[in-house]
Design a protein around this ligand. Structure first.
Ligand code: MN
Length: 438
């Protein structure tokens, strides 16, 4: 038998809605008129210490998997890879797809051009403040050109070999060129979080006056913290009439937190990548950002979240970057339970030891009960029932002992193992297997 150590558990949401959520909403309507009702989404937010969902009103998603994501060391997407990933992002309702850097190569240009013409969402192409880059991006037919230039002194001096004045002049000219072509323009002062603050505000004002539709604030080297980044974005919003977007990196594991802080501060959109692939430690993760907005902030992104697991699998495959088991939302362990207390609770009601506001069904994943050292009798009994056994309490206990001992030796406990343990304690199958998925 092919190994499968997982168990599916019935979703209890429908029952919960009828008996718990709906009456609660009714009571809110009757008694809590001073507090605005939170919209009813997949699962209600628990009435707990963190029950506050009014920080943001909306959040747009700019996906840069095909641009910054592809800049992951060792990652290279083919033309077909890019088309396939873009098609899924488009179908899911992603607001902007940054398809690549058109001037980079003929193949890149063709991929960006064909994504722009085949998707219904906004396609974006990247360009330095260089004529050749901007003309290539415009020629590719993208609806948005993303112009970027270094603004931190360290990058101006040691990467650009220019001066602040030259940087501002080239930035303004580039924005003007894109707007002459009547294409949406996003301007990024690269390394904004390590840029002199007065100079940053000056270049934001200059490029906004030149017609930039979007100002993106990149935390290029991942040095922001949520509170500081929120304060910076509030300041940026006060210095521009353009819409504000944020681009965060995960060098300290704060990329998604910083992106959300940016949205709380008034940014309209965040740049993310699927599985958080990207330069160095990567970008804010698409799946983390979208699900935090949907589940924790109870705000509709308009994105079809049920395809997140599928999207993640495709990007894992095409990027050659394996997804760690403990990766939020999309890792193999994200909805897996092994320890006895947690597994028993989840069998009773999955909300006991999962967020509740985010279920595997919401992201197109499955809940799993993993057999191992920490397994308890509840999981073993549930699994044996699924396999068609009707064990006694003593048999469950004896089999659980074997599962724990086997798992303690760092071995995976498979269905075959479980059947062997059953036969060792004299347990015979009474009915045919009902639901064994491979
Ligand atoms: Mn980046």
């Amino acid at each position: 038998m092919v190994l499968n150590h997982t168990v599916s558990i019935p979703d209890r949401y429908s029952v919960r809605f009828i008996y718990i959520v709906a009456p609660r909403i009714l009571i809110q309507c009757l008694h809590k008129t001073t507090r605005p009702l939170t919209p009813v989404r997949g699962v209600e937010f628990f009435q707990g210490t963190l029950d506050s969902t009014d920080e943001i009103e909306s959040a747009r998603v700019f996906d840069t998997t095909l641009r910054d994501g592809e800049q992951s060391p060792g990652t290279s997407f083919s033309y077909d890879d890019k088309r396939q990933i873009a098609a899924v992002l488009d179908d899911m309702g992603t607001h902007v797809i940054e398809a690549g850097f058109p001037v980079n190569s003929d193949a890149e240009f063709e991929a960006v051009r064909d994504i722009a013409s085949s998707t219904s969402t906004t396609t974006c192409g990247l360009a330095r403040v260089v004529d050749e880059d901007i003309e290539a991006a415009l020629e590719s037919g993208v609806e948005m050109v993303h112009v970027f230039v270094s603004t931190s002194d360290v990058q101006i001096e040691d990467s650009m070999h220019a001066t602040r004045e030259e940087v501002t002049e080239r930035a303004v000219q580039s924005v003007e060129r894109v707007k002459e072509a009547d294409v949406t323009c996003m301007f990024s002062p690269m390394d904004a979080t390590r840029t002199d603050e007065q100079y940053l505000m000056d270049i934001i004002e200059a490029t906004s006056a030149a017609g930039a539709d979007w100002i993106n604030i990149p935390d290029t080297c991942g040095v922001a913290t949520p509170t500081r980044f929120k304060a910076l974005i509030e300041k940026v919003c006060a210095h521009t009439d353009a819409r504000v977007d944020v681009h965060t990196h995960d060098d300290f594991g704060l990329a998604t937190a910083n992106a959300l802080a940016g949205i709380e501060a008034g940014a309209d959109q965040a740049q993310v990548s699927v599985n958080s692939i990207g330069e160095r430690a990567g970008n804010a993760a698409y799946e983390e950002f979208v699900m935090a907005v949907e589940s924790l902030y109870q705000t509709d992104t308009g994105i079809d979240t049920t395809r997140i697991a599928e999207l993640s699998d495709i990007v894992e495959d095409k990027s050659g970057m394996p997804t760690p088991g403990n990766k939020p939302v999309v890792g193999d362990n994200a909805f897996s339970h092994e320890s006895g207390i947690h597994a028993a609770g989840v069998i009773e009601n999955s909300d006991t030891f999962e967020p509740g506001v985010m279920t595997p069904e919401m992201v197109g994943a499955e809940r799993k009960l993993v057999m191992g050292k920490h397994t308890g009798t509840h999981s073993v009994r549930e699994r044996l029932h699924e396999l068609g056994y009707e064990p006694t309490t003593d048999q469950v206990r004896a089999i659980t002992r074997r599962v724990k001992d086997y798992g303690a030796e760092k071995r995976r406990v498979t269905v075959d193992d479980l059947e062997r343990f059953a036969s060792e304690v004299g347990l015979e199958r009474e009915s045919e297997e009902e639901e064994v998925r491979v």
